[in-house]
Design a protein around this ligand. Sequence first.
Ligand SMILES: C[S@@+](CC[C@H](N)C(=O)[O-])C[C@H]1O[C@@H](n2cnc3c(N)ncnc32)[C@H](O)[C@@H]1O
Length: 495
Amino acid sequence: MTDSTKFTDPETVRQKVRAGYGEIAQQGSERRGGGKSCCGAPATQTEKLAKTVGYSAEELATLPEGANMGLSCGNPNALASLQPGEVVLDLGSGAGFDVFIAGKKVGVTGRAIGVDMTAEMLAKARKNIESYRKQTGLDNAEFRLGEIEHLPLADNSVDVVISNCVINLSPDKPQVWREIARVLKPGGRVAVSDLALLKPLPQRVVEMVEALVGCIAGAVLVSETERMAQEAGLWDIVLNPKSGYVDAMLDWQDPLYQKIIEKLPAGAKPGEYITSLEVTASKPGTLKSENNPKGIQVFDPPMCCSTGICGPNVDPVHVRFAADLSWLQEQGVNVERYNLSQSPAAFVENALVKQALTDKGEAALPLVLSNGEIQASGRYPKRNELAEWADVTQTGNGTFSPAVGELVAIGVAIAANCEPCLKHHYNEARKLGVSKSDMARAVEMGAKVKDSPHQAILRLADKLTGAALSDSNPEPDACCGANAEGHKSASKCCG
Ligand SMILES: C[S@@+](CC[C@H](N)C(=O)[O-])C[C@H]1O[C@@H](n2cnc3c(N)ncnc32)[C@H](O)[C@@H]1O
């Protein structure tokens, strides 16, 4: 086999990778003590590297011994926003690093599954399960032997696929992306950290075995990754190249990166070719709120960010609407918001939205849906409309403001003869800027309510006895101030 063809045969690549990681797994502890480097940090820097790519000290402190082998190049766990109860799959799980972190996030009702083709890695990961169980009390992590091109999982069985510095090692990457799409449930998502290329590497680097096992020689262009994810049928693909990982390798004078520098054209830097890359995407499918009819879904026109509050000219309508949606969420309403430029898949997946766009084009946007119906099209509705559609009793923007509340309390204090109550609510009302004349009206109203039953009985007494004790000119605006007998609807309030 010539040098130029030795990494074009998929089986050869797989064998080299498997042999490389088998050795790394077996050397594990000696390696951490100062041995050779691989795909990841120099042996002495594993924890520092994990922190560099965003793992917290707490996450690292609670990991089983040896689960972090310094083989990662990003933090897919942070990207994935895992929720309790989700099933998460880690491609190329190594000694279980991300599986154990994910397991804690998905909790007792969720499951974290790792797949790796290297038996030695799998043995290490499985050995780590016992200490994970003891430390967390969770029995939700498992590891399966298998290739990421042929996943040992059923169709539509996983909520989230994560992977950390592995897909670059595959000799058939399009097949890996197809497998991701197959095992994800409709609406499921993928969060991958990997190494990718900003421009093709010189052939001399591509042919280095250690660069293959070191996650560099097998890496493909960022644009190629996007194309493969798209062709597998995934949507909402976001790619985020990050330089921090490669910079750290150079700072730490990682032996592999030093060798690569020697093979690059004079003066060229590895960072011009290699980057770490975050990839997120989702599988088209049922949206959450189709099962949540009281939720509100907003489908915005293309905007510079998810709220429209961005760029130099912010439309005040966007500010008002964002505040109204935050208020709805505070009331416990599930709000989903999709922007045509950021989440086109959501528009296509929803039959009502798709139809509205077909009929009216972008003029249909924004669209607001609830109860499985379009409630507003081409405009941002007001808070009271949102409240009605979401079945929320609105208080914040109605008549009953904090100031009105204090006025009511002042009236009640008078009717209840409660001096401390009056003092307290007078002070509160002053703090809110309530005028003394408004407070006087509240006092008057409280006095009338209090006095009404008394006046009513005096009027009855006047009538029965011919006395003239009652107020000769009663105000009609208290509940039974005018005429207790003739005022049937109010008579109950007068006792
Ligand atoms: C760089 S290590 C990353 C390990 C782990 N994700 C971490 O961050 O610690 C790559 C892992 O992927 C596994 N691997 C590489 N190619 C694979 C493939 N085609 N199928 C399954 N596992 C693979 C290797 O055995 C190794 O454990």
